[in-house]
Design a protein around this ligand. Structure first.
Ligand code: SF4
Length: 331
């Protein structure tokens, strides 16, 4: 089993040795998932947030400056209809961390399950909530939940999220206990981070027993305390994707849009490094322009772009893996 030192060495590989790492990662992916990439459809449901992450333009301190929005349940069902019409059966709701999203999403889910005759994965990324709220959402039909720990260093976590790592981990444990398929993830390029820290984050994620994990390069966004901090290293992020695949071959590992924002064809390279998920954005234009996750000029992945990227890799798009329990086992 790979340990932190092995992982740190793999993260530093470049040139032919790195190509071999990527080849091994693709082989590990193929052994579990065949030559297929999961396609998700996301809609962003609010840009309001009670948390104050130093890297995020939607942080609490910016609330008054931003033109805020909060979607209603009926609008979520409408978006789900568009996602279904595109042939996608992973409906992903993402938003800032506010308690109101529990009701809004919970009330939308029965209608969305009806729309799909139950054949849909409902994936949520709505932040820390009380266990009873996670339980309610699960009962309403939610399948999976993404809650990134961002960094496994408790001091740095407190600095960047201005909340304790423990509170995040407690929520992750609640999600696992309630039977969610759980995703987590970390950021590469936070202040003071070394390669050894990135290695520790990856091993930490493996030991959590989750089903999905992302690594995203940090992107400096305007109007945040880290606006002048350099962007994360995409090359290191690509190695981290490949190492993630070797650490846990049955993880869903996304080729995140942050890779493309920095490096042009980063999502293609992410898939070639062993990632197996791509997310298409279905947020209505007016709201999407106000969801400032990486600032105003974020890179938005549309269906045609995602299809083109997947086709270039020689892989094929597919739907949820969690609707076929045999494909990804609970750890
Ligand atoms: S990263 Fe998420 S939790 Fe943090 S401020 Fe932004 S929206 Fe809120």
């Amino acid at each position: 089993m790979l340990d932190e030192r092995d992982v740190a060495e793999l993260l530093l590989l470049r040139g032919a040795e790195r190509e071999e790492l990527f080849r091994q990662a693709r082989a590990a992916r193929s052994a579990v998932f065949g030559d297929e990439v999961v396609v998700r459809g996301v809609t962003e449901i609010t840009n309001q947030c009670r948390v104050n992450c130093v890297f995020c333009p939607m942080r609490r301190d910016n609330t008054r400056k931003n033109s805020d929005f909060r979607t209603e349940s009926s609008q979520l069902v409408d978006v789900a209809a568009s996602v279904k019409a595109s042939g996608i059966n992973v409906m992903f709701f993402q938003g800032g961390e506010i308690p109101q999203t529990t009701r809004v999403v919970g009330e939308a889910l029965p209608g969305i399950l009806d729309l799909y005759d139950g054949e849909v994965e409902i994936l949520l990324n709505l932040g820390n909530k009380r266990r009873s709220e996670y339980e309610y959402l699960r009962e309403q039909g939610a399948t999976s939940y993404i809650l990134k720990f961002e960094t496994s260093d408790p001091r740095l976590a407190e600095e960047v999220r201005q909340e304790s790592l423990d509170s995040r981990l407690k929520c992750l444990q609640d999600l696992l206990d309630l039977g969610y398929r759980v995703g987590t993830g970390s950021i590469i390029g936070l202040p003071g981070q070394q390669v050894a820290d990135v290695a520790r984050d990856l091993v930490f994620a493996r030991d959590l027993g989750v089903h999905m994990c992302s690594v995203a390069p940090f992107i400096p966004a305007p109007d945040t305390p880290l606006a002048d901090h350099p962007a994360g290293d995409v090359e290191l992020a690509l190695n981290a994707i490949a190492v993630s695949r070797l650490l846990a071959p049955d993880w869903l590992v996304p080729a995140v849009s942050a890779l493309s924002k920095i490096a042009g064809e980063g999502q293609y390279r992410g898939l070639m490094a062993g990632a197996n998920v791509i997310t298409v954005n279905f947020t209505p234009d007016e709201q999407r322009d106000r969801y400032l996750i990486y600032g105003r000029d974020r890179f938005v992945v549309k269906r045609d772009y995602a299809s083109g990227v997947i086709a270039r890799t020689g892989l094929r798009p597919r739907g949820s893996v969690f609707l076929e329990p045999s494909l990804v086992e609970t750890p």
